[in-house]
Design a protein around this ligand. Structure first.
Ligand code: NDP
Ligand code: 2IT
Length: 446
């Protein structure tokens, strides 16, 4: 490791103990940025790297609520306001039992670079709770969301901090959160994105992350004169990102053969078509069941406790969660002929898996570039809220496609090596950094 990266990381680890996911995200970025900053000493003098890894503000609060049995339950609530150099804090909320400070700080840190890459004026933030929506009734979820927002509402606002969804937070949760914000603040505003269409939401926002990850994969393939047409894809997860990744893949002539959740993977070599996908959406979004049921319904293989990465594929779309592809998985993917990884999830590949992808010189699109379509359309939702005028489907989708193309080009500009190989990790990290760093320089030591 570059001794300067080592020195920098020793300091980050000492100042942020017991935060392994945060260390992992920072180290990946530092490995790209330290050599770049060495060539641009203005950033070093202003200690931008040290400042950008320190959140502007961390909020941590109690979320008490009453379950259906009448018992009091207590969860932790968080909001990390990471960086506001180029716009108000923007980023999702995650409700999952594994949520802790380390995970939210890694997500908020990634968000700063991702949001900058979209070219829209959005700073970075992330929040959430260790609340587990699984097995909870709608009323319990509503009471939890109301309690969570009762505290959060004093810290956020349409020009201050604009949360959205992430794992465990979809249309239902955004609705309950929005209702409580409006009630307490007596204000109908664009304080959250991912809203329903009837009350300030944007067309294509639900689809945006998955669609964007597919557009990004297509752009990467174009650099090698290829396309997604006829390609077999392994997709992990079965939530928002996985579902719309598959929808767009079908439209572009690809074939998705896997889906998963935290219990296991289904493998459907015939391909998940429109009809099967509609069934999955009903299963996951309405009935809130497990992916195992797909295998019973359509008579295919279910691999209990397994991830999709042993399945032969041309393209992989990890769309579940962080560190879901380890070194062995990466080697299996590459050995089985996988040529493209487009990360719908945030940081789904471990550092040694990333190393395998980069060494193999396959097309590897890291999350902060490949999954930026979601927050990009969130930015477009904010624009429409401010104009008080909604755009049509095609308008939003065209803008999303243009944004994904531009992000790809930024990665190419900053990530192409002397041998012509595009290191999208380096490209995304430096491309995302420059705008934020220059804004921080211009705004003084704040
Ligand atoms: P959802 O809650 O809709 O779906 C999450 C899916 O991932 C579920 O199938 C879930 O399975 C699975 N999953 C979650 N945690 C784990 C785990 N620890 N191990 C195995 N499987 C797991 O979330 P999204 O689809 O919105 O998010 C998926 C990923 O995409 C996350 O990394 C998120 O940060 C990222 N992302 C999301 C964006 C968005 O707009 N929603 C934007 C950019 C990135 P189970 O039901 O068993 O929990
Ligand atoms: O990780 C992400 O980019 C998101 N969960 C979406 C954030 C947003 O504000 O739309």
């Amino acid at each position: 490791m570059d001794p300067n990266v080592e020195k920098f990381m020793a300091r980050v680890k000492a100042r942020n103990p017991f935060e392994p996911e945060f260390h992992q995200a920072v180290q990946e970025v530092a490995e790209s940025l330290v050599p770049f900053i060495r060539e641009h000493p203005k950033y070093e003098h202003a200690r931008i790297l040290e400042r950008i890894t320190e959140p502007e503000r961390v909020l941590l609060f109690r979320v008490p609520w009453i379950n259906d049995k009448g018992d009091v339950e207590i969860n932790k609530g968080y909001r990390i306001e990471m960086n506001s150099a180029i716009g108000p804090y923007k980023g999702g909320l995650r409700f999952h039992p594994t949520v802790n400070l380390s995970i939210l700080k890694f997500l908020a840190f990634e968000q700063v670079f991702k949001n900058s890459l979209t070219t829209l004026p959005m700073g970075g933030g992330k929040g959430g709770s260790d609340f587990d929506p699984k097995g909870k009734s709608d009323n319990e979820v509503m009471r939890f969301c109301q309690s969570f927002m009762t505290e959060l509402c004093r810290h956020i606002g349409p020009n201050t901090d604009i949360p959205a969804g992430d794992i465990g937070v979809g249309g239902r949760e955004i609705g309950y959160l929005f209702g409580q914000y409006k009630r307490i603040r007596n204000e109908f505003s664009g304080v959250l994105t991912g809203k329903g269409l009837e009350w300030g939401g944007s067309l294509i926002r639900p689809e945006a992350t998955g669609y964007g990850a597919v557009y990004f994969a297509e752009e990467m393939l174009h650099t090698r004169g290829d396309s997604l047409k006829g390609k077999v894809a392994a997709v992990s997860g079965s939530g928002n990102v996985a579902q719309y990744t598959i929808q767009k893949l079908i439209q572009m002539g690809g074939k998705a053969v896997t889906l998963s959740d935290s219990n296991g993977t289904i493998y459907d070599p015939d391909g998940i078509d429109e009809e099967k996908l509609a069934w999955v959406m009903q299963l996951k979004n309405i009935r809130r069941g497990r992916i195992r049921e797909y295998a019973d319904q359509f008579g295919c293989q279910y691999l209990e406790g397994k991830r999709p990465w042993d399945m032969k594929c041309d393209v992989a779309f990890p769309s579940a969660t962080e560190n879901e592809i380890g070194k062995k998985d990466a080697e299996t993917l590459v050995n089985n002929g996988c040529k493209v990884i487009s990360e719908g999830a945030n940081m789904p590949s471990t550092p040694d898996a990333v190393e395998v992808f980069l060494r193999s010189k396959i097309l590897y699109g890291p999350g902060k570039a490949a999954n930026a379509g979601g927050v990009a359309v969130s930015g477009l939702e904010m624009t429409q809220n401010n104009m008080r005028l909604p755009w049509g489907r095609e308008e939003v989708d065209n803008r999303l496609q243009t944004i994904m193309k531009n992000i790809h080009q930024t990665c190419v500009n900053f990530g192409t090596g002397t041998d012509g190989f595009v290191n999208y990790v380096k490209g995304a990290n430096i491309g995302g950094f420059v705008k934020v760093a220059d804004a921080m320089l211009a705004q003084g030591v704040v």
